[in-house]
Design a protein around this ligand. Structure first.
Ligand code: AMP
Ligand code: ZN
Length: 137
């Protein structure tokens, strides 16, 4: 399914010109037009899924396999010193385009970017309670 109002549907499916570095049956990988660093790429599924919750498992698996390929390409061509995978879901988490996308962000010494969080200090009881609530198997 495509969403006619979604800009990433249009970009992923070639209806709007973009700087594409890779395309296959399921994905388009484009350069972010407001990049954190040089080579900042976005992995876009061609089908419309608003976020990770909606993304089918097999598409999620393919996206991660593709992220590895893109990462190796960025390392080889851009000679980055490190790399972040970032994937935002929901406005509170920084999502601005509601079509699933995986950021692949090359990092360079002294690139001036901070893609980090401030660690907090929960006590053991809090961690144990959260762990008990979240147990999946
Ligand atoms: P997020 O904040 O995770 O939703 O990321 C959206 C990203 O899409 C931002 O990094 C934008 O710079 C990027 N972006 C938005 N519109 C375009 C576009 N037309 N072409 C390329 N990148 C875009
Ligand atoms: Zn879309």
């Amino acid at each position: 399914m495509k969403d006619e109002k979604c800009i990433f549907c249009k970009i992923a499916n070639g209806e709007i010109p973009t700087n594409s570095i890779y395309e296959d049956e399921d994905f388009n990988v484009i350069l972010d037009n407001g990049p954190a660093t040089a080579g900042h790429a976005l992995i876009l599924p061609k089908e419309h899924y608003a976020n990770l919750y909606e993304l089918p498992e097999d598409t999620a698996a393919k996206a991660m396999k593709l992220a590895k390929k893109v990462a190796l390409r960025l390392k080889a061509v851009m000679h980055c010193d490190g790399l972040n995978l970032v994937q935002n879901n929901g406005e509170v988490a920084g999502q601005t385009v509601n079509h699933f996308h995986l950021h692949v962000i090359p990092r360079y010494e002294n690139d001036g970017q901070t893609i980090l969080w401030k660690p907090t200090e929960p006590d053991d009881a809090q961690l144990r309670e959260i762990c008990a609530n979240l147990k999946m198997n």
